[in-house]
Design a binder for this molecule. Structure first.
Ligand code: ADP
Length: 278
C-alpha cells in the first residue's frame, strides 16, 4: 500500500499542475457579437512557432464563404498547425487570423467553436450507444434529426444492421466498428451540427474501396454550402475540393485548382505522382 500511495502522489502532483494551468488563449473583455456567421476565413501575414522554431511563415490566404479547400504537403509542413490556428487552439505569433473580418482574438471562444465542426483524424468515440455518440454533435437534436444525419453520413445502414440498432453500445473507442464506419459516424456528428465552417483532418489510414466510396459520397454532401478545410491524405479526397493549398516547411507554395497546380507547382506534381499526400 505504501508503494501505491507513493505512485499516486506523483500522479496527483501532475494532475494538480495541469488543473492549475492558465490557458494561453483567453476571451477578450468586450467580445465582438457574432451574428449570422458567413464563414470567410483570412490569414493575414501569419507567422507562428510552438517554441522558437517557426512552423508557419508569412501565410496569406483568403477563403471566401462556401469554398472547399484541401490542404496538402509533406509530413511536418504545418498542415495541422494551420488548422490549429483556424480553431484558435493557439494565437499567431505575428499577423492575424480573421473570421468574417474579425480578429479571432476579438471573439468569444464559445461563439467561434459554435461556428465550426471539427472532425479529427481519429474521431473520439465513446463507450455508449450509436445514438448518443452522434448526439454529441448537437445535444438537443431529436431522434429524427439523428437518423437523418446518419443517413446523410451513409451510416444509417450499418447502424440499423447492428442487433440493437441505434441503441447498440459501440465499445471502448468504438472498437466494434471498422475504421470506415467510425469515420462515417464522426461525419454524422458533423451533419447534425449544421455549422457554417467545417474543419476535417482526414484519417491517413487506408479504407477498403466500399468504405472509401461511401465516405466520399458523405463528404461531398457535407461540404455543400460550407467553408471547408480538409487536410487530405488520400488523392481521391481532392475530388470534393475546389481549391488546394500546398504547404511546404511552413510556407504556402501553391494555391489553386488541381489543374492549375499541375502546371505551376512542382511539389504538387510530385505528391500527385506518389498518389499520397504526406
Ligand atoms: P503536418 O500536419 O503538416 O504534418 P504539423 O503542423 O503537425 O505538420 O507540424 C509542423 C511542425 O511543427 C513540425 O516540425 C512539428 O514537429 C512541429 N510541431 C507540431 N506540433 C507541435 C507542438 N505541439 N509543439 C512543438 N512543435 C510542434
Amino acid at each position: 500500500i505504501a508503494a501505491h500511495l507513493k505512485n499516486m502522489e506523483a500522479s496527483l502532483d501532475r494532475l494538480e499542475a495541469i488543473s492549475h494551468q492558465e490557458p494561453e488563449v483567453i476571451d477578450p473583455d468586450s467580445p465582438v457579437e457574432l451574428a449570422g456567421v458567413r464563414g470567410e476565413i483570412m490569414f493575414k501575414a501569419v507567422s507562428f512557432g510552438y517554441e522558437d522554431e517557426m512552423v508557419l511563415r508569412n501565410v496569406n490566404v483568403k477563403v471566401t464563404p462556401g469554398e472547399v479547400v484541401g490542404i496538402v504537403g509533406p509530413s511536418g509542413a504545418g498542415k495541422t498547425t494551420f488548422i490549429n490556428l483556424v480553431l484558435r487552439l493557439y494565437d499567431p505569433g505575428e499577423g492575424v487570423v480573421m473570421l468574417d473580418g474579425h480578429d479571432l482574438r476579438a471573439l468569444r471562444q464559445r461563439d467561434l467553436r459554435n461556428a465550426i465542426s471539427f472532425v479529427p483524424q481519429e474521431p473520439l468515440l465513446f463507450n455508449c450507444s450509436a445514438r448518443e455518440n452522434i448526439l454529441i454533435g448537437r445535444p438537443d437534436a431529436t431522434d429524427q434529426e439523428i437518423e437523418k444525419a446518419a443517413r446523410q453520413a451513409r451510416a444509417h445502414d450499418f447502424i440499423s444492421a447492428m442487433e440493437q440498432g441505434y441503441e447498440t453500445i459501440l465499445g471502448e473507442k468504438g472498437t466494434r466498428l471498422s475504421g470506415g464506419q467510425r469515420q462515417r459516424l464522426a461525419l454524422a456528428r458533423a451533419f447534425l451540427r449544421r455549422s457554417p465552417i467545417l474543419v476535417l483532418d482526414e484519417a491517413a489510414s487506408a479504407l477498403d474501396s466500399d468504405n472509401e466510396a461511401l465516405v466520399q459520397q458523405a463528404l461531398l454532401e457535407l461540404t455543400r454550402n460550407k467553408t471547408v478545410f480538409i487536410i487530405a491524405h488520400r488523392f481521391s479526397t481532392l475530388s470534393v475540393v475546389n481549391r488546394i493549398l500546398v504547404l511546404d516547411q511552413g510556407e504556402v507554395v501553391g494555391d489553386g485548382t488541381s489543374a492549375e497546380l499541375e502546371k505551376t507547382c512542382g511539389l504538387y506534381r510530385e505528391l500527385r505522382e506518389r498518389q499520397r499526400f504526406e
